[in-house]
Design a protein around this ligand. Structure first.
Ligand code: ADP
Ligand code: ZN
Length: 601
């Protein structure tokens, strides 16, 4: 029997286990159950793939998404592993063949869709087969409260009853305590060893820009300056905005494709497959896109709208940089986002308890946007994980925002809401503060009130910023009718009466573009001074091989492996075989091809 570490090296081409992979693997090797909570990109797959190879029999992997399954199987076959899947894309004859392979113990790993696994025929088949372990991937799908709920997952408790002696491992990147408890209870994992990793994604740089107007232009500038030719995802709230943004980016020379539930299935599939198989595609999408996308080299995730919660933000941004190389989570948000979300919340039909939870979640998200200290500390803190020192890899760490004592201005802004009768929107209020006397203001006699024209020391943009932050902090409430009218909240009283100071972040104004220029461009995969020609040649070879076999390029080699080639410039197969991500099978299949590319560079 081959030892796990030997398998890690010879099959996957990696030197060392990452913590806690080795402990998880030992647990399964000892025949015990495990629950693994690890962030995206943490290295969950090896936790079950290696013990499946090291133990006798086949590892059965339950996976909810067909595309993901196919990708993983393709990647395993590249590494020389006997892997197969059973799902609805197979013809009857193909499925029968896979079943035969299982019975003859010819498979190391078999991926199965949950509904397939649970039908009587498959369960009977499994009774006759030699099984190494059960792995339940994306185990949070068992949670009825989560957004990925799969009813079939609940039935997976049967596995424990029918196969009590076979070790099981459940894995998820969803961290919160209630979900964890639900997984344990529903899958009967009370005796499992639980492994909880840090949920920090140190390679992701968080950046949240104040974007009142011009968000799209800022996005374009961001892509051009930091991610030219690289793959990314741009999230928008509505289908219409997805379509518009994709068309607009394309017109600016960025290869962008739309993805949302309103497109015909064939177009969605086509766009998704291009995103996976080509390099440098930008997917503009609603949140319908993302789950099960395990493309490792998504270099940025951009939000043109505010996510509804910190959980959603963490999950969506987490799709960047699975390969551990530098990646960006970029967001632009402004006054209108805050108003829209506050309105949606106010108008929600949910019961009071639900509303309070949603409200609390949105507050936390807005707090993250407006904060002036390290975003990563706040993000991890939200999930109950303390980070001792500021991260140095988020916008507030890299360019600490200035704050200013806005107490007097907040008083003026709040007082203006009060004097005008708590029913007008920001544009009107700002006009009153600036003393702009138009017909509507005169008709309402608001040119006669005490707050008329008292705001001349700030311009309209700055006042909008003040209002945005007041709304974000819950000092002002948005009307339910959807006209954007503002009213005072209870918590604004001390500020309004001048009893409590209010410090706000200073908005960056015209200096913006020079600022972005100066900030280090480590979002890019290639370090400065790297040989771009060799990089392109290596990627071209990888693409050629991938196309020949109809698999995504990263299934051949990850970017990190190509980068290691650039750095080491191996001259022999032995030297090539020492690079991370090159196991025996891949060395044999592709080593010589890539040596040639390096040799000619
Ligand atoms: P997850 O499923 O947790 O999102 P993956 O299993 O896809 O993560 O692994 C993420 C990346 O880390 C992959 O590129 C994988 O090859 C790499 N990786 C995993 N374990 C190791 C290791 N021990 N050494 C080096 N790279 C690893
Ligand atoms: Zn930070």
């Amino acid at each position: 029997m081959t030892q796990p570490l030997e398998i890690l090296r010879s099959v996957f081409g990696y030197e060392q286990f990452r913590s806690p992979q080795d402990e998880v693997i030992s647990t399964l090797m000892a025949g015990e159950d495990a629950l693994v909570l690890m962030p995206t990109g943490g290295g969950k797959s090896l936790c079950f793939q290696i013990p499946a190879l090291a133990r006798t029999g086949t590892g059965i992997v339950v996976s909810p998404l067909i595309a993901l399954m196919q990708d993983q199987v393709a990647a395993l076959r590249q590494a020389g592993v006997n892997a197969a899947y059973l799902n609805s894309t197979l013809s009857l004859a193909e499925a029968r063949q896979v079943e035969q392979q299982l019975l003859k113990s010819e498979l190391d790993l078999l991926y199965v869709a949950p509904e397939r696994l649970l039908n009587g025929r498959t369960l009977d088949l499994l009774e006759q087969a030699n099984i190494a372990l059960f792995a339940i991937d994306e185990a949070h799908c068992v949670s009825q409260w989560g957004h990925d709920f799969r009813p079939e997952y609940i039935q997976l408790s049967q596995l424990h009853q029918r196969f009590p002696h076979i070790p099981r491992i459940a894995l998820t990147a969803t961290a919160d305590e209630p979900t964890r408890r639900e997984i344990i209870a529903r899958l009967g994992l009370e005796n499992a060893r639980v492994f909880i990793s840090s949920f920090d994604r140190p390679n992701i740089r968080y950046h949240i820009a104040q974007g009142d107007g011009g968000a799209r232009d800022k996005l374009l500038q961001f892509i051009r300056e930091q991610h030219d030719g690289e793959a990314g995802i741009v999230y928008c709230l509505s289908r219409k905005k997805v379509d518009e943004t994709a068309t607009w980016l394309s017109s600016k020379g960025i290869p962008a494709l739309p993805y949302h539930a309103g497109l015909p299935a064939s177009e969605r599939e086509h766009n998704q497959s291009r995103f996976l198989k080509e390099e440098g595609i930008v997917m503009v999408a609603t949140i319908a896109f993302g789950m099960g996308i395990d493309k490792p080299n998504v270099r940025f995730v951009a939000h043109l709208n505010l996510p509804k919660s910190v959980e959603a933000y963490y999950q969506e941004t987490g799709r960047a940089g699975r390969d551990g190389l530098p990646a960006d989570a970029w967001m632009s948000y402004g006054l209108q986002d805050v108003i829209t979300l506050r309105q949606m919340m106010a108008a929600s039909e949910a019961d009071e308890t639900h509303k309070r939870v949603e409200q609390h979640k949105l507050d936390a998200m807005l707090g993250l946007c407006e904060m002036t200290t390290c975003r990563r500390q706040a993000l991890l803190g939200y999930f109950g994980e303390p980070l001792a020192t500021p991260c140095g890899n988020c916008d507030t760490c890299l360019e600490p925002p200035a704050t200013w004592d806005a107490s007097i201005h907040a008083q003026k802004a709040l007082s203006c809401v009060h004097r005008t009768g708590q029913r007008f929107g920001v544009t009107y209020l700002v006009d009153v503060l600036l003393g702009k006397s138009d017909e509507r203001i005169q008709r309402n006699a608001h040119d006669k009130i005490s707050t008329f024209g008292i705001g001349g020391d700030l311009n309209a943009t700055a006042w909008r910023g003040v209002y945005r932050q007041l709304i974000a902090r819950g000092l002002l409430l948005v009307d339910i009718e959807g006209h954007g009218g503002l009213r005072l909240s209870e918590i604004c009283r001390p500020v309004l009466r001048g009893e409590e100071a209010l410090w706000l972040r200073r908005e960056l104004r015209a200096a913006k573009s020079s600022k972005t220029e100066r900030s280090p461009r480590t979002g890019r995969t290639l370090p400065p001074g790297a040989d771009q020609g060799l990089w392109d040649a290596l990627r071209a070879k990888r693409r050629e091989l991938a196309e020949e076999q109809g698999v995504p390029p990263y299934v051949i080699f990850h970017d990190a492996t190509l980068m290691a080639m650039m750095e080491a410039r191996p001259q022999s197969l032995t030297a090539m075989g020492n690079l991370p991500g090159i196991g025996e099978r891949k060395l044999e299949a592709y080593g010589a091809d890539f040596l040639k590319v390096i040799h000619h560079a």
